[in-house]
Design a binder for this molecule. Structure first.
Ligand SMILES: [Mg+2]
Length: 361
């Protein structure tokens, strides 16, 4: 293809310690790895990123950089197909999907810079800003830290806050949060697949009187039948949600057809970048289901404004912190929402190389 050939793809990885050791219902961690991609073409450089193991970088360097070389940076669908074709023998889910996603984001940023428009303008918007919900509330937090974090978000106009459950004092901690938050603030919970089906159902009915309106990954995300049952038998007004491990459109579509979700979650750093995320949004719309993003708030802002059925974006503590530290132009919460910078070509942010250097792997 002619036009503006992609000439080079480079990647780098950064491991950033968390501000304290963290855990959810099924995992503990103390650092986060960010993969950064720079794509060159037509004398411009586009930047994408994602949160994945350094192994995703190896996929980019050893396979994807060759897959997209020479394709026009204006033809992102062609580059996307070439990448998916290129990873066929590695398996296209998991690490390889994270790699494809980071490159897709870099190509959107590059295309915006070549054309001189923001990605929000390239995609077109259905809304000026997109609502966020605050997300953190790790099971490792003290009650004081939990309350500080959740009330901190509600003080910024955020009307929904999410906390982890599934280990330790699950429902009791939610009650602590409830007593600290204004009645109008909805509490979301995420069990990260910690419960069995009947346990999850019992927990759902204990949580309902506390104003919990979102129960994420109550059981293993692969248990589509269990999710379907919980969706049908759970309390009225409580959305059952999964989708963060949806690495391609087929996996996400399976959640919709089960039907396993009241709201489809999808992560553009896993499900194929902005290209994949908007396809997931369209699939959800065909099922009359809203979509909400998973983590990586800066990466989702433009797409969240574009998709008619976008409900909100997850403002995940770990990633919001890293994006504020390492991305120049990371959007900040205003009145409970994020707004893409439409005055800046591309995605509107860039890596702060000097600040990132000390975390580089
Ligand atoms: Mg989750």
């Amino acid at each position: 293809m002619t036009g503006c050939p992609i000439t080079e793809i480079q990647w780098s990885a950064y491991r950033v310690p968390t501000d304290e050791p963290e855990s959810d219902g099924t995992l503990e961690w103390d650092s986060t790895t960010m993969i950064v991609v720079h794509a060159r073409g037509a004398d411009e450089i586009g930047m994408g990123f994602g949160y994945a193991s350094q192994a995703a970088g190896n996929v980019i360097g050893s396979i994807l950089s060759e897959s997209v070389r020479g394709i026009s940076a204006l033809d992102i669908p062609a580059a996307w197909e070439a990448m998916v074709h290129g990873v066929r023998n590695q398996g296209r889910l998991g690490i390889t999907a994270a790699a494809v996603s980071a490159v897709d984001l870099a190509l959107w940023d590059l295309k915006g810079k070549i054309i001189g428009r923001s990605v929000a303008e390239l995609l077109g918007s259905t809304r000026h800003s997109v609502e966020v919900y605050g997300s953190g509330g790790f099971t490792s937090y003290s009650d004081d830290r939990l309350v500080d974090q959740l009330t901190g978000w509600s003080g910024q106009g955020v009307t929904k806050v999410k906390m982890k459950i599934g280990r330790g004092r699950g429902v009791e901690r939610v009650a602590v949060a409830r007593s600290a938050l204004h009645d109008s603030v909805e509490i979301y919970v995420d069990a990260n697949g910690a419960y069995r089906r009947k346990q999850a159902l019992a927990v759902a009915y204990e949580l309902a009187p506390l104003g919990v309106t979102w129960f994420e990954e109550p059981v293993d995300h692969r248990d589509l039948e269990g999710l379907r049952q919980l969706r049908e038998r759970g309390p009225a007004g409580m959305d059952m949600t999964v989708g963060e491990y949806g690495y391609d459109l087929t996996q996400l579509q399976n959640l919709l057809t089960a039907p396993a979700v009241d709201v489809l979650m999808a992560d553009c750093t896993r499900c194929g970048g902005i290209t994949g995320w908007l396809r997931a949004a369209a699939a959800a719309q065909a099922h009359h289901v809203p979509i909400s993003s998973h983590t990586a708030p800066s990466a989702h802002v433009a797409a969240g404004c574009a998709a008619p059925n976008a409900m909100h974006l997850e403002y995940f503590h770990d990633h919001a912190r890293i994006e504020n530290m390492l991305l120049d132009g990371a959007p900040a919460i205003e009145n409970g929402a994020l707004t893409p910078d439409r005055s800046r070509p591309g995605l509107g942010y860039a890596l702060k190389e000097s600040d990132a250097k000390k975390f580089r792997l």
